[in-house]
Design a protein around this ligand. Sequence first.
Ligand code: MN
Length: 244
Amino acid sequence: MAQALFISDLHLAGERPETSERFFRFLGDEATRASALYILGDLFEYWTGDDELSAADGEPLARQVAQSLRRLSSAGVSVQLMHGNRDFLIGGGFCAASGARLIDDPALVDVCGTSTLLMHGDTLCTDDHDYQAWRRTARSPGWQGDFLAQPLESRRESVRQMRARSKAVISGKPEAIMDVTPEAVQEAFRRHGTRRLIHGHTHRPARHLLEVDGMQRVRWVLPDWYGAGGYLAIDDVGGRLVAF
Ligand code: MN
């Protein structure tokens, strides 16, 4: 039976090797039995640029992840990758190295016969105005062009500063602001005319049933991997969230 697996918010980083090890085991085990693996953003804690893969002093983890994904995609599993709010600078170089295909956010795809809307989830957190303003800047070709034109070492330093700033900002924000707004969720279902939405980002894994315009819909929220981690599996019968 065809099965699609969904993960997000692994936040892989050199300083948390347990999570990377967990991910490599998942790629060598559960993922090999799937027909498709969807990575819905924040695979990495941060991404300074694809040249991290080729630089002599490049982050070894970046290369290990690309190689592990390459083994999976070469074995015939379709690997689809969406940007998150942390690794949105992943580009063609990483895709070429890993065999992953970059998909848009949002993406409407057929999953086991059901039209399914995939998102990272950050665009659903519309009450977080500061973040949405930063997102518009960081996703603009102008900002990205300027950033990527800097030497790798300066980009690493900028990312270190951005992470420190982001930590300070997040710790000062009320919990509710960091979750999706019901209006944004309804609007997404309405605009794409779909019954199923899968996203991550909020780190609040759940299966939410809701009604929009008189139609029953389901919203799956993926777990992060800061804790034990896990994934969503969907086949012809339905979906289930699996925690490790
Ligand atoms: Mn995120």
